[in-house]
Write a protein of this length. Structure first.
Length: 124
């Protein structure tokens, strides 16, 4: 299990109960092991962050980014966050909320291909 701040558990629960439309749509395509039989978790605390989606088998974090992520402050915060997650060998895929809403099949394909690549490297 990846390290996390126990004080974030309630905040993660709250976020699961108040997902954005983009998060809800993407979750509908990730849940129930729909991609290669892989388990995804939503609003998962890791370190001092709450990531939108997490797949431990693929060491993958998926973020649905709203407009606040594209400000100079947001971009810097995401850079720091991605760097910290990379120290745990986690790959972060970021999608704009608009992309998710307009091109969900394309976003799922990117996730599928990434997971397939990771899993093929692990198989002998």
């Amino acid at each position: 299990m990846k390290p996390y701040n126990k004080n974030l558990k309630q905040a993660a629960r709250d976020l699961r109960n108040n997902m954005t439309n983009a998060e809800k749509l993407l979750w509908s395509r990730l849940r129930n092991k729909q991609i290669l039989g892989l388990q995804f978790y939503r609003q998962k605390p890791i370190l001092n962050f709450i990531v939108d989606f997490y797949c431990p088998a693929a060491n993958l974090v998926i973020e649905c980014d709203g407009s606040q992520h594209f400000s100079p402050e947001g971009l810097e915060a995401d850079r720091v966050r991605d760097e910290a997650l990379a120290q745990l060998w986690l790959k972060v895929l970021r999608f704009d909320n608009g992309q998710v809403m307009a091109q969900i099949d394309d976003m799922v394909e990117v996730i599928y291909r990434y997971c397939l690549e990771v899993l093929s490297k692990e198989s002998p």
